[in-house]
Ligand binder design. Structure first.
Ligand code: HEM
Length: 105
């Protein structure tokens, strides 16, 4: 995932690297980001997931504060079965906030 041969500054948090223009710039770049697999057995739900994820992440941010026990997050990865996982799993505790969604009674 953090292979410097594939990513510029792989350990830096740069979400802009996934912006559409940059993503489409180099065609084979699609194969660098394999969250949904690829090819014939690639995930058929990826479009639905992209539609839904913005809302899901937005709600997680808007409706909860996230507490962690760690002061500094260790992003080291390790192989667990067939997938990479965090070597030191991060425990996140969601603390509900007052949501500003309109509530209809
Ligand atoms: C963030 C959400 C999701 C992630 C990260 C994800 C990821 C994946 C991955 C990595 C695979 C294996 C691809 C491969 O073997 O190359 C897969 C397969 C699959 N996914 Fe998803 N998926 C997501 C959401 C969904 C949704 C919303 C649906 C259905 C509504 C779905 C249905 C499937 C199915 C049916 C397969 C099996 C495809 C096959 O084996 O031919 N996924 N998904």
């Amino acid at each position: 995932m953090r292979d410097p041969n594939n990513w510029e500054d792989p350990d830096e948090f740069k979400p802009e690297r996934f912006l559409r223009e940059q993503r489409d710039e180099i065609r084979e770049q699609v194969l660098k980001y394999l969250s949904f697999g690829s090819g014939r057995r690639g995930c058929p739900g990826s479009n639905l997931a992209y539609i839904f994820l913005g809302t899901a992440i937005g709600m997680m941010i808007q409706c909860f504060d996230w507490r962690t026990e760690e002061v500094k997050v260790n992003l080291e990865e390790t192989l667990s079965g067939m997938v990479l996982t965090m070597a030191h799993p991060l425990k996140c505790i969601p603390v509900p906030r007052i949501c500003s969604f309109p509530v209809h009674h």
